[in-house]
Design a protein around this ligand. Structure first.
Ligand SMILES: Nc1ncnc2c1ncn2[C@@H]1O[C@H](COP(=O)(O)OP(=O)(O)OP(=O)(O)O)[C@@H](O)[C@H]1O
Length: 260
């Protein structure tokens, strides 16, 4: 439990259980993000990472346990403008030839509600486009973008709402190296501005320096919650189990599930 003087987490899943089809996918997980913290959710394919973040934003119902956003139980939570969510790689393109600016502006609607967009809204959209390095493509159709550029646009759409909590599901998946670096820079700026972040990642990669804490899932359970496992870079050999340098002698290796 946090100390009484600690501000409440911006996101807290407690004892969360969820079943998809007949399969128990989350089997009682605790996952919290403190204000200003960057938490990576790691684990092998199928360990339940996406389901956990989808449960956090109310897209997957829990069979037991709870979710709180900014201290409010999910069922009573309404202030969605404070939350930016980038789902697992989808495409912003459709049959409708929307421009990059239109897609990003859609992310601002949670702030504008029923009024017409004003100067501040346009500025937020411009800033989001600049942050992801797409300002010069604002008028282009999203159908003309590469996969990495699409992902940048989807992230800009989440940033346009100026969220206090940003939840991203594998933002680097299928993204070219140049876009990965742009996205890492974008995230660094957001974090410097105080945004709290929950990231589903397959590997830490270029985001590693930003990550305060890692939560590792395996078969729907949390197997590690603490310092990020050391890079999967040079230790990235199959079967490598990392022992954190601060772990007490004889400690069990942290099975990250990143390599399995
Ligand atoms: N709609 C569904 N119905 C039944 N089972 C599902 C459904 N969606 C996901 N699952 C199963 O739930 C498990 C967890 O899926 P989830 O997408 O949360 O894992 P993940 O850790 O995000 O994996 P990945 O890294 O591949 O995205 C998987 O075994 C998956 O096959």
């Amino acid at each position: 439990m946090p100390a009484a003087d600690e501000p409440q987490p911006v996101l807290a899943l407690s004892g969360a259980r969820a079943t998809l089809g007949s399969r128990p996918v989350l089997r009682g997980i605790d996952l919290a993000v403190a204000r200003g913290e960057v938490v990576a959710l790691l684990g092998a394919n199928g360990s339940g990472k996406s389901t956990a973040v989808r449960a956090a934003v109310g897209q997957v119902p829990l069979t037991d346990g709870s979710v709180e956003l900014f201290g409010t139980p999910l069922r009573r939570y309404r202030d969605w403008a404070r939350v930016g969510y980038v789902p697992q790689r989808t495409t912003a393109a459709s049959g409708v030839p929307a421009t990059v600016r239109e897609v990003v502006s859609a992310g601002r609607l949670s702030r504008t509600r029923l009024r017409l967009p004003g100067k501040a809204d346009r500025r937020a959209v411009d800033r989001a486009l600049e942050l992801v390095g797409m300002a010069d493509r604002a008028g282009d159709s999203v159908n003309a973008l590469s996969g990495g550029q699409h992902q940048r646009v989807l992230i800009a759409r989440a940033l346009a709402g100026e969220p206090e909590l940003l939840i991203m599901d594998e933002p680097m998946a299928g993204v070219d190296l140049a876009s990965q670096e742009v996205l890492a820079g974008t995230l660094r700026e957001q974090v410097a501005a105080g945004t709290s972040v929950l990231l589903v990642l397959h590997e830490l990669g270029p985001l590693e320096p930003l990550i305060d804490r890692a939560v590792v899932l395996r078969d729907g359970c949390v197997t590690h919650d603490g310092p990020p496992p050391e890079a999967v870079g040079q230790h990235a050999l199959p079967g490598h189990d990392h022992v954190h340098p601060h772990a007490p002698e004889g400690a069990e290796p942290i099975r990250t599930g990143l390599l399995t």
